[in-house]
Write a protein that binds this ligand. Structure first.
Ligand code: CTP
Ligand code: ZN
Length: 153
């Protein structure tokens, strides 16, 4: 290592690296992935230097596979994040997340009068593509990306 350089965080052997997370969203992702009692090594970093974001966050989780609903929850919070799958120290798969066009069950409707808050039905939101806002299928309330309340929290 050249003088003056430091290794910021170590590589992992097997698992996943969630990269390019806005720093402010890192701990919310830790929470929704329910990592509090996870028994393998987890590295959480915020305010890391990045070329594309001003400062980014990274979460590295050893021996973890993400389920589809976990990926969807992450894309609702950090739609520009990248998911890297690591096997034997190599990146074997890299997926840039995308915004969901339709979101079933994951997001709570903020309208107290909405039928989804009273009947036992799945919530459903449809993305308004021009603005990155989501509209409740039942009551048509529109929420912006920053106002999303996930059900798993
Ligand atoms: N990484 C890791 N352990 C490994 C391999 C990679 O923790 N054994 C991490 C890297 O630190 C990086 C991410 O996984 O945060 C993606 O690795 P890589 O594709 O090599 O980096 P970049 O090319 O910088 O990725 P991108 O183009 O997505 O920014
Ligand atoms: Zn609603």
């Amino acid at each position: 290592m050249s003088k003056g350089k430091e290794l910021l965080i170590g590589a992992i052997k097997d698992g996943i690296v969630i990269d390019h997370i806005p720093s402010k969203k890192v701990f919310l992702i830790v929470e929704i992935l329910k990592l509090k009692n996870y028994s393998q090594r987890i590295t959480v970093a915020t305010n890391m230097p990045s070329s594309s974001l001003v400062k980014k966050g990274i979460i590295k989780i050893e021996d973890k596979i993400l389920q589809e609903n976990e990926l969807n929850n992450i894309s609702l919070i950090a739609p520009d994040a990248t998911i890297n799958i690591i096997e034997d120290y190599e990146v074997v798969e890299k997926t840039k997340l995308e915004r969901l066009d339709e979101v079933e069950e994951l997001v709570r409707c903020d309208n107290p009068k909405c039928i989804s808050n009273h009947e036992n039905i799945k919530t459903k939101f449809v993305r308004l593509k021009e603005e990155n806002k989501y509209k409740c299928f039942y009551c048509e309330k529109i929420i912006s990306e920053d106002e999303i309340h996930l059900k798993t929290k």
